[in-house]
Design a protein around this ligand. Sequence first.
Ligand code: FAD
Length: 459
Amino acid sequence: MTEIPPAAIADLQALLGERVLTEPGALAAYGRDATPLFRHAPDVVVQPLTTEEVAGVMRIATRHRVPVTTRGAGTNLCAATVPLSGGIVLSTTRMTALTEVSRDEMLAVCQPGVTAGALNRAAAAVGLVYVPDPGSKEASTVGGNVATCAGGLRGLKYGVTRQYVLGLEAVLPDGEVIRTGGRLVKDVAGYDLTRLLVGSEGTLAVITEITMALVPNPAAARYGVAYFESMTDASEAVRDIVASGPAPATLEFMDAVCVAAVEDFAHLGLRLDAGALLLFGDDGEPDAVDRSVARMAEVCGKRATHIELAESVAAAEDLLAARRCNLPALARSGSMTILEDVTVPRPKLAEMVAFVAATAEKHGVRIGTFGHAGDGNLHPTAVVDGDDPAATAAAMAAFDEIFRHAVDLGGTITGEHGVGAAKLPYLEHRLGPEQMALLRRIKGAFDPLGLLNPGKLGS
Ligand SMILES: Cc1cc2nc3c(=O)[nH]c(=O)nc-3n(C[C@H](O)[C@H](O)[C@H](O)COP(=O)(O)OP(=O)(O)OC[C@H]3O[C@@H](n4cnc5c(N)ncnc54)[C@H](O)[C@@H]3O)c2cc1C
């Protein structure tokens, strides 16, 4: 824990005036994010507006040796923005300038505090799409999406944030400003620092501007839903769909626990007599989309108990809403939800799903599983009584086994939510000691004093 010198706060106030928060109520709100079980208030919160102000904050932090945790909307699910050592929380939520959306170059340039939803609406106005599509898009920031390499509902066909970041401006801990990449489609001059910063979770630099590639808005999109007796059947359908042709945009599944919770929450007319639901969909030219959706329905037909195609935009929106509202729906049935994020190679999906169910039963924990099935990405979510330490411990014991089993199957401890403080204890199991040591050396090259987001990646 760092004791922040009063002189550091005075310097910050001289730089930012009223955009320096020190009241305990405000600080408490920045001491937590969307992750349960982790909490630690900062000493001070700063709200810069410009790159120059961010550089000024970093110079002050370096001069006084005060840690800095950069925070977008705080929607991360791995305790990545909890300032474990106190110090400064640097909030980007006032850095909301959307400098440019270019139809000709198919890119946008923005400050990090622009929300994913706002960027998507600006892109849509000129017939383009911001591809990253996290369930949190109305709240989460583009800077946060970049710093966590966010995924979403169309990863199978379009990939994740990493593939779309063309260039970054970032402030190093000593206040130096760097520019990586740019507007070019091709550029192999030097190490790919842009990709290194993507997913770096605020541990290497503060991202102050993003140049993001956009894609054309597809002419059509169609969705359908298939119900199965079990998640194993749904997982096998996913494998067969992917093997049968070009990757579709969307393949998402939910188990019976999630279907029941979502139907109780949102009343969308989901069938409650099935063990699993698979939402499938594609986008592109209308004829191609119709063929793709028909192909997926046919493949599902070999195992599904029931299939429905959404025949209207409203019906499609209901299906997408069903998938997006899993977390709030599950959250209603317990005082605490622990949402996890493992990915396995697609052929191992059925095995992983079965392991999650068996592990939940073994530990007596209620776990609902949903996720981006096409990406092999599962979000097993425990619903527990947060006031019961034994229940929390049982959930953590179950997840411990789930993370290790995912790695043993050739998978990973996090597909898209990040490492943060929550997954750090498992990182070495995934990366091994040599890569862990290299990560620390990279961290040291950017941040020799260890001021950026201590207790997270690279610590
Ligand atoms: C309901 C819900 C649904 C979600 N669905 C998805 C999903 O489908 N896919 C998915 O991938 N995630 C999902 N998430 C997780 C989360 O929304 C994403 O990780 C998102 O990208 C975080 O953005 P944020 O602005 O909230 O970042 P924060 O939570 O504020 O920060 C996340 C990390 O990024 C760093 N950071 C933020 N801004 C900067 C910056 N400018 N420079 C350097 N570092 C920075 C922080 O230090 C921290 O390490 C979901 C979360 C919720 C609550």
